[in-house]
Write a protein that binds this ligand. Structure first.
Ligand code: KG4
Ligand code: ZN
Length: 339
């Protein structure tokens, strides 16, 4: 079964072709980062308008990069949530209409389920059950993944998502958008131990996270100092250390609690090198294994949507003709596919 996947939930227009037998065939992405940079964050209406401009040319580019043509498709998948409603509607309406025009089934995909199973796009993939740490601009959660559609949330952020905290801290430090890569880059020239930030939620039992306190601590520290280049780097490093340590501490607890061997890291913050090396060290110590999707599949992409769409279409699911999106959609509402 050959499926076209479309992702437009936020600020990336992304498409991919996934085949049930051959796996991922091709993928393309257009990032709107430059468009939103001058506003310091994603502007929903501009995001939706830009998806309209870019989506059709990107699908054409994707198809022509292969020897396939639109009539070869067996299904179309698109992100229907969670995300920005206007942006989601662009992908959903185009995807649903294209499927109708071709006389093939269509399926709306949960963006977070896409991230959770993104490691399955790689040759070296984990066996079920595994632990998944999902760290993006909108989510911070630890889940027990027993199989496709079988997710138990073990802990999540009670306030800001960790990626959001990176973005806000970067803005406070005048580092631009998106904040994660900017903080990581500045932190490279930071002086270790000049500042020590608290590790939120680590003195309490459980697997929940909290990042709003860390943001306030960054603000307070920044307001007490002259923000020269070195001080910005030092604060960025202290922030990154605290943010990643609190994730690692919860992962260690979750490994002990579940006894699962594999830990999968998904979502944009999973591209952070400091987090990656700390988790790799943790896995070594705990005799477990950590799986990272390649960086372009950690952040938003079309491949993860095409993959889930294919799994669910094969399981007999499909969407009605009406175009609908679910900007708020909890992972726990998902069910196991039919097969
Ligand atoms: O998964 P993603 O691409 O989009 C969604 O939020 O769904 O994640 C984007 C988030 C942003 O907050 C961005 O600042 C963060 O991931 N991010 C990083 C890094 N690269 C992206 N955070 C820390 N370090 C990075 N290297
Ligand atoms: Zn995402």
């Amino acid at each position: 079964m050959l499926v076209l996947g479309i992702e437009t939930s936020c600020d990336e227009t992304a498409v991919a072709l996934y085949d049930s037998e051959m796996g991922l065939l091709a993928h393309r992405l257009y990032s709107q980062v430059e468009l939103h940079a001058e506003y310091g964050g994603v502007v929903p209406e501009l995001a939706a308008r830009d998806h309209i401009r870019k989506l059709v040319p990107l699908i054409n580019e994707l198809i022509t990069s292969t020897s396939l043509a639109l009539p070869d498709l067996d299904g179309v998948a698109y992100t229907t949530g969670p995300g920005l409603s206007g942006a989601l509607l662009v992908g959903a309406s185009l995807g649903r209409s294209l499927a109708w025009g071709l006389g093939i089934p269509a399926i709306g995909v949960h963006h977070m389920e896409g991230h959770l199973l993104a490691p399955m796009l790689e040759d070296d993939k984990p066996d079920y059950p595994f632990l998944a740490l999902l760290v993006s601009g909108g989510h911070t959660l630890l889940a027990d993944v027993a199989g496709v559609g079988r997710y138990t949330i073990l802990g999540e952020s009670l306030d800001d998502a960790v990626g959001e905290a990176f973005d806000k801290a970067a803005k406070l430090l005048g580092l631009g958008y998106p904040g994660g890569p900017a903080i990581a880059q500045a932190a490279e020239s930071g002086t270790p131990d000049r500042f020590t930030f608290p590790r939120p939620m680590t003195d309490r039992p459980g697997l929940d996270f909290s990042y709003s306190g860390l943001k306030t601590f960054t603000l307070t520290t920044a307001s007490k100092h002259e923000l020269d280049e070195q001080t910005v780097a030092d604060i960025a490093l202290a922030f990154q250390e605290a943010a990643t340590d609190s994730l690692v501490i919860k992962c260690r607890r979750a490994i002990k609690q579940t006894g699962h061997y594999a830990l999968v890291v998904a979502g944009g913050v999973g591209a952070n090198q400091s987090l990656r090396s700390k988790l790799a060290a943790l896995a070594k110590k705990e005799n477990s294994k950590v799986y990272f999707p390649r960086p372009e599949f950690c952040t938003d992409n079309g491949a993860m949507i095409a993959q889930i769409g294919c799994l669910r279409l094969q399981g007999g699911e499909s969407d009605p003709l009406a175009v609908g999106v679910r900007p708020r959609w909890r992972l726990s509402e998902l069910e196991q596919p039919g097969v």
